[in-house]
Design a protein around this ligand. Structure first.
Ligand code: ADP
Ligand code: MG
Length: 299
């Protein structure tokens, strides 16, 4: 179990990227969903011990993550959002090298580890090719292979599906799903389906704060009766936005389907929809935009 208590991070330029974040993250896949700039990568880097939070406490089992970062690193697998430079080294040699760095000392152990991971991530046939020439999907699968070296108990993957085509994304998510239930896996994403398909628990983050936390199914149940839909002509959209809190719009057969957030029947011919996780997510973001923000108050 990974626990965060009151974690706040303020960058030197004054940006409060995390604001009093408290989360209990059990074993299994955990989705951290939020828009760009929400603080996801800051949270991931903080848990991965690459930066120290301004305030707060983080524990993983009996490890105090901030006081004993080296103990956490022994149990950590991390796939950063920007993996950086892709070397002209083969996938096999790179994994072998990274296994050395992770302390897999014996060459026979390393051979077994590297071969298993290359097979698991479906990279065996390209093991002798340079990573520099890999497609986005292959790079991300390589990223998971390196993160799995040394059987980590905590795996952090930061926006791994961004930029993947649907087939590669599917393949990647299936790979994550196979990692197992005895490890904590935190997946950050701005794509609702990544979480809906895969994560028994999730949180929504925006502006550095946790806005919603729970099991996707429960969150969908709780949102029942608050999301309404209507099909309109495209030129009606402006008027609808003035009268209603529009949370999403979607084109369908040349018409526009809009979803609005309303605790009671909004009239205007709207029908209730049994919303999905996307409605939950957009409703949550819409609610956080209601009322004056702290910035506006401070100004
Ligand atoms: P996300 O990963 O959800 O897109 P980030 O954690 O990257 O969010 O960023 C959260 C906020 O912190 C943003 O406003 C971003 O501009 C800011 N930020 C991120 N890294 C730094 C940094 N090194 N210095 C200053 N501000 C930063
Ligand atoms: Mg990020």
């Amino acid at each position: 179990m990974l626990e965060l208590q009151g974690v706040t991070h303020v960058y030197p330029n004054g940006v409060r990227a995390l604001d009093d974040v408290s989360l209990s993250i059990p074993k299994g896949m955990y989705g951290l969903l939020g828009p760009n700039g929400a603080g996801k990568s800051t949270l991931m880097r903080t848990v991965a011990t690459l930066q120290t939070p301004t305030e707060g406490r983080i524990t993983f089992g009996d490890i105090d993550v901030i006081e004993q970062p080296e103990r956490l690193r022994e149990r950590l697998g991390y796939l950063p959002q920007d993996f950086g430079v892709y070397p002209r080294v083969s996938a096999y040699d790179m994994l072998d090298h990274m296994a050395v760095l992770k302390g897999v000392a014996s060459s026979s152990d390393r051979k077994a580890t590297v071969e298993t991971l290359l097979n698991q991530t479906n990279l065996w046939s390209v093991r002798k090719k340079a990573i520099a020439g890999f497609s986005g999907g292959m790079r991300q699968r390589f990223g998971i292979a390196q993160a799995l070296i040394g059987n980590p108990e905590l795996i952090i993957v930061d926006e791994p599906t961004a930029g993947l085509d649907p087939e590669e994304r599917n393949r990647f998510l299936n790979l994550l799903a196979e990692i197992g239930e005895n490890v904590v896996v935190i997946l950050s994403t701005h794509i609702v389906e990544d979480v809906a398909d895969l994560c028994p628990r999730m949180a929504v983050i925006s502006d550095g704060r946790i806005r919603l936390e729970g099991a996707p199914r429960d969150l969908i149940d709780q949102a029942r009766g608050t999301v309404w839909a209507k099909t309109i002509a495209r030129d009606e959209l402006g008027a609808m936005r003035e009268r209603h809190e529009v949370i999403s719009t979607r084109l369908f057969a040349g018409r526009t389907i809009i979803h609005v957030l309303s605790e009671s029947d909004p009239g205007d011919g709207f029908e209730p929809v049994s919303g999905g996780l996307e409605d939950v997510y957009f409703s949550t973001l819409a609610r956080t935009r209601r009322g004056p923000s702290e910035d506006a108050l401070a100004a």
